[in-house]
Design a protein around this ligand. Structure first.
Ligand SMILES: Cc1cc2nc3c(=O)[nH]c(=O)nc-3n(C[C@H](O)[C@H](O)[C@H](O)COP(=O)(O)OP(=O)(O)OC[C@H]3O[C@@H](n4cnc5c(N)ncnc54)[C@H](O)[C@@H]3O)c2cc1C
Length: 437
């Protein structure tokens, strides 16, 4: 956790529905206030008596509807074994850094760091810094470092898709149903039908398509798009990278530059595929984290596919092969606490038999359908747990209906959307907004 971290969601969105944050004070709070809130929550609901602190779960094994859990207290040598009827896995997924594969990164002679280990900007004073990744951490940290750095280059990701999905993507884009990069939804003109037809023609011809051809096809009608490299001979299929020229509409600090498509790093220089290059004293990668469940015995039958899919989880929660095991908080791009609340209510409905789960084969089919929907939308499989709006509301409606529980309130949903819009437009100042004034 970095020292100055203030939440990127207002407390009015973050709160559990049964326990509001104190009304006074700002909406976007320091991380110490969140910890205080969690303590108050545990106090109010008298939860401490159920918590065993400083204890590691080393192993979880199922045996005939009973779960054996191996527990090891901090300083103890012995492992205690205890049996339980149900297991809820909530070990978080922001502790194992994901390092991107960038040619030359491992030989980079300067300071290199993952956002996981970033604490404050003091090590970057007067430096030229490259920040890789423009998710919530990347953007937040880049703005903080830009205050003291000589120059900061923010490297944003691109949208990759299989060429066969381009037509479908265009259609969905026109209908306003694409929401991977939110900025692509707001106020952008749709792709003209002639462009869609041209892409379609190329796809149907099913031949090798050059970057220039795609670029011609798009740019003639559609100057608000840029097309980057297509390729992947090694993977045996083609990819097209489409992006909007303007990544974010917010003003940035004057020493912050945007780049995309990092090519390689040689000595202290970072090269980009568009021919640009930037000197870097330091490189900070903000490329996310990996799921990891080292304590789950293989007999739990949980696998991590494609580094980012926890499989097989029905509705991203229930272990299909052992439905007395649930996972809370696997999806990302969600309002964490209200969302976790819904997920746990869903699981409770199942174990209290207020809701009957479908057969194993149906649950597996549901997971496959979900992944196929993504693939057909032109998104890679490893996006399986990402829930950009409105997907997360559709998901909440779905599990709430199944479990006969109240969905996340309209007020929280609206505030969440307003916050996303504010963040996009006023990246440097949105945290000063107070929703209580
Ligand atoms: C930089 C950053 C900024 C964020 N900002 C916000 C924000 O503004 N608002 C917001 O709502 N969310 C924010 N989040 C997300 C939020 O922090 C997470 O969604 C939330 O912490 C997830 O809660 P969790 O309980 O699932 O996991 P965690 O908070 O990660 O807790 C998991 C716990 O499990 C323990 N554990 C792991 N393995 C074992 C084991 N084998 N045995 C025993 N214990 C174990 C860990 O020690 C840890 O205490 C942010 C996250 C990051 C990284």
């Amino acid at each position: 956790m970095y020292q100055n971290l203030r939440t990127n969601l207002p407390k009015e969105v973050m709160m559990f529905p049964d326990f509001p944050f104190p009304e006074e004070g700002p909406s976007f709070i320091h991380h110490t206030e969140v910890l205080k809130y969690l303590h108050q929550y545990a106090d109010y609901f008298q939860l401490y008596k159920y918590i065993k602190f400083n204890t590691e779960v080393c192993k979880v094994t199922p045996k005939e509807n009973i779960w054996t859990v191996h527990l090891k207290e901090n300083d103890a040598n012995n492992v205690e074994k205890r049996n339980f009827d149900f297991i809820i896995v909530c070990n978080g997924h922001y502790s194992i850094p994901h390092w991107p594969m960038i040619p030359g990164l491992s030989e980079f002679p300067g300071q290199k760091l993952h956002s996981h280990d970033y604490r404050n900007n003091s090590h970057f004073e007067g430096q030229e810094v490259v920040v890789v990744g423009a998710g919530p951490s990347g953007i937040d940290i880049a703005i903080e470092i830009a205050q003291v750095a000589k120059k900061l280059v923010e490297v944003y990701g691109e949208k990759c898709m299989d060429i066969k999905n381009v037509r479908k993507w265009c259609r969905e884009f026109n209908e306003g149903r694409i929401n991977v990069h939110d900025e692509q939804r707001s106020g952008r003109p749709s792709l003209p039908e002639s462009t869609v037809a041209r892409i379609d023609e190329m796809v149907r011809a099913n031949r090798r398509i050059t970057l220039e051809e795609i670029e011609d096809g798009l740019n003639e009608d559609c100057s608000h798009f840029s097309v980057h490299k297509i390729e992947s001979e090694t993977l045996g299929y083609r990819k097209v990278i489409l992006s909007h020229n303007k990544v974010l509409s917010s003003p940035f600090p004057s020493n912050l530059y945007l780049e995309s498509e990092l090519d390689c790093i040689k000595d202290n220089v970072v090269y980009f595929k568009n021919g640009n290059s930037h000197y870097a004293d330091s490189i900070l990668v903000c490329t996310g984290y990996q799921y990891d469940f080292p304590f789950l015995d293989p007999s739990c039958r949980i696998k991590i596919r494609d580094t980012n899919i926890v499989w097989p989880l029905y509705k991203h929660i229930i272990n299909v092969f052992h439905p007395t095991m649930a996972f809370i908080g696997i999806p990302s791009q969600i309002p964490p606490f209200p969302f976790f609340y819904q997920q746990i209510k869903f699981f409770l409905s199942a174990i209290e038999e207020k809701m009957i789960l479908p057969q194993e084969s149906e649950m597996l089919q549901d997971i496959d359908d979900n992944i196929n929907y993504l693939l057909n939308s032109g998104l890679p499989e490893h996006h399986a747990h990402k829930m950009p709006s409105p997907i997360l509301w559709e998901y909440d409606d779905d599990i709430s209906k199944m479990a006969s529980i109240k969905p996340i309130s309209q007020k929280v949903r609206e505030l969440y959307e307003i916050t996303s819009a504010l963040r996009k437009k006023y990246l440097l100042s949105y945290k000063d907004h107070n929703f209580n004034e």
